[in-house]
Design a protein around this ligand. Structure first.
Ligand code: NDP
Length: 597
């Protein structure tokens, strides 16, 4: 770290974009190259997408997250010290949270502030932390500024050590939140919820688990994470591999060594080049004898430029600083009346053209960065992403691209095809075998629609996915009529935020307000009114599909792997601030929007 960079830290911490993924393409500005230049690149984007889709037209079915039988080992918790034996639980709590990650912690904190005492977290791992419990792979860190991503900083009296927080710091923060709000008292770990069934007589949910528990709760909050169930690409012969293998979210330090030193005489293969792989590859590349990276689609790698938090800046922060920062961010960039009028006067096609051209300029800057860093020109070419910004999750990393200059790190570019065959010794691609000692699957996670491990049955015994058979039906992605006192966090029909904790805290505060209302109203249940549910479904539909963006993007989990999707089965795209305002409006007239009993 240069002296200059350190000196810059206080100014930059305050003024750097809070969320780097939020590159703004301003339709009031035009680009300066001839339109043919942009059209040619768009054509190349389309060709790359078509090629990738031609190999895997099966969309989401190309993956499996049913990790049973031979595949069960990919889900085993490597961090649990021992499988704690305990008696089955049959008691009743007021609020039960399925999952112990940020969704649960944030909501529980808000519930505590509103006087709720009886709160139980039921968690599959052996501690709280969710994503940050599971994803302990080398280099795990967050791509959103720590001052915005790490929640409850004011409440916890904590200022992160760097602009970007690393996994262990965030995990420790989760544990500190659980301690501060006494969430360990009733928590049960190493426990997976198997069903959540409403009892209309007692007006309670019965939550059954793989430990034989039959717990009851007045309110249930599905806080099981957006991307929490590991998935594997279905690859012929993967079960015949005789070496060692694991998924990134179950990183095997027993095998690799805590400092990865056991890898020094090992040949490692890694399948996938998404955000997890981007952070792992430089570390494993430095430690392993050889590393083969099997790439299907390259990630876009932008500058990270992490800086330590300046102690003077940290000391100058006033109470409420994080809240203020987030509130500013929520409203987004303010535009003048004059600019608003100019934008309104611009034809829609022209707006799209200008924004797309700027997007292409941005991606070409990403290409130039690859060329400047990666010495081997063939490798550099293969690492260039051919799609628009935000078709896939953008990455921010200063070590990934240089890793390909190491003599022991080899990129095996499959040019959109992906790995389709694994044998006893390793990956086989286009007739060549790549023998490896260990294979790391960096193939991502199933996207949550509702409580994914869970069979949720509401009034009339209808399972939630059956209700959704003709399309999702919720209010804010949180409530679904016929499922009283049930709240879902992080699923579809909610607003999407690159800074996910920001979205989750908004949902958590809303849920806490709903529960408070039920308590103060002296009734037992709250359920969405069918009319409000219809309004929200319409609202989600109204804001989806305004452009061809999803169709034109290369496949990935952002666009359902290229599958056609019902318009209502996705995120609410009307903007985060609007999502927040809608919630406020609904809460002003609870009797109209909810049924109470
Ligand atoms: P992703 O779903 O993003 O990536 C999966 C990768 O596996 C893709 O590169 C995919 O290629 C590849 N793949 C799948 N099947 C094959 C195959 N048969 N052969 C070769 N490659 C294959 O998962 P990640 O775990 O990387 O990330 C998930 C999300 O978690 C991120 O999008 C982000 O939201 C979050 N995250 C955030 C981090 C951060 O803040 N820094 C770090 C890590 C994760 P293709 O692209 O062609 O489908």
């Amino acid at each position: 770290m240069s002296e200059t960079a350190e000196k810059e830290a206080p100014i930059r911490a305050a003024t750097r974009p809070q969320v780097p993924g939020r590159v703004i393409f301003n339709a009031l500005k035009d680009t300066d190259k001839p339109q043919e230049y942009y059209n040619d690149i768009k054509q190349k984007f389309a060709e790359a997408r078509d090629l990738r889709l031609s190999y895997r037209p099966d969309g989401r079915a190309q993956y499996t997250s049913e990790l049973e039988g031979e595949l069960a080992k990919y889900e085993i918790d490597p961090y649990a010290e021992a499988n704690v034996d305990r008696a089955a639980i049959t008691d009743t709590v007021e609020v039960l949270l399925i999952g112990g990650g940020f969704s649960a912690l944030l909501t529980a904190a808000r519930l505590r502030e509103r006087g709720v005492e009886s709160i139980r977290i039921v968690e599959r791992g052996s501690d709280v932390g969710g994503t940050w419990y599971w994803n302990r792979y080398p280099g795990a860190a967050c791509d959103v500024s720590a001052y915005d991503y790490m929640p409850l900083l004011d409440e916890m009296g904590y200022v992160p050590g760097h602009f970007y927080a690393k996994g262990p710091e965030i995990f420790a923060h989760c544990q500190a939140i659980a301690r501060k709000y006494n969430l360990y008292d009733l928590a049960v770990f190493q426990t997976t919820v198997t069903s959540t069934v409403w009892d209309a007589k007692t007006k309670l949910w019965t939550v059954s688990t793989d430990r034989g528990d039959k717990m009851t709760a007045q309110f249930v909050i599905c806080a099981n994470g957006t991307l929490s169930k590991p998935k594997l690409s279905k690859i012929d012969g993967m079960e015949t591999f005789e070496g060692h293998s694991f998924h990134t979210s179950r990183f095997d330090y027993k095998y690799c060594g805590t400092d990865l030193s056991n890898l020094k005489d090992k040949v490692v293969g890694i399948i996938g080049t998404g955000a997890s792989a981007v952070q792992i590859i430089p570390r494993v590349g430095r430690a392993a004898k050889e590393l083969y990276v099997f790439q299907r689609t390259p990630s876009a790698i932008d500058i990270r430029d992490d800086t330590p938090t300046d102690p003077e800046w940290a000391a100058s922060l006033q109470p409420g600083w994080q809240e203020e920062r987030l509130a500013k961010h929520m409203k987004g960039p303010q535009i003048s009346e004059e600019d608003k009028a100019a934008l309104a006067a611009l034809p829609r096609d022209e707006k799209i053209r200008r924004q797309e051209n700027q997007n292409i300029e941005h991606m070409m800057r990403i290409h130039r960065r690859v060329e400047e860093i990666v010495k081997d020109s063939k490798t550099a070419e293969a690492l260039k992403p051919w799609y628009m910004h935000r078709c896939k999750r953008p990455c921010y990393d200063d070590e990934y691209l240089p890793a390909f200059n190491l003599p022991n790190v080899h990129l095996v570019d499959t040019d959109g095809k992906g790995v389709t065959q694994i044998g006893p010794r390793g990956v086989i691609f286009e007739g060549r075998e790549y023998p490896v000692d260990v294979l790391i699957y960096a193939t991502g996670f199933e996207v949550q629609v509702t409580g994914i491990y869970n069979d949720i049955r509401g009034e009339n015994g209808l399972e939630l996915n059956e209700k959704y058979a003709d399309g999702m039906r919720t209010v804010f992605g949180i409530h679904s009529a016929g499922y009283p006192n049930l709240f879902i966090m992080g699923g579809y029909q909610a607003s999407f935020q690159f800074n996910l904790t920001f979205m989750l805290r908004t949902q958590g505060a809303h849920i806490a307000e709903c529960i408070k209302y039920v308590r103060e109203r002296n009734c037992a249940t709250i359920d969405a009114s069918p009319e409000t549910e219809q309004w929200w479904v319409d609202e989600v539909i109204r804001h989806r599909g305004r452009t061809n963006r999803n169709k034109e993007c290369t496949p990935g989990y952002y666009n359902f792997e290229g599958e056609e999707n019902r318009r209502q089965d996705g995120n609410y795209n009307g903007g985060f601030y609007q999502y927040f305002l809608h919630m406020e409006e609904v809460r002003k007239d609870m009797e109209k929007h909810f049924r109470f009993a």
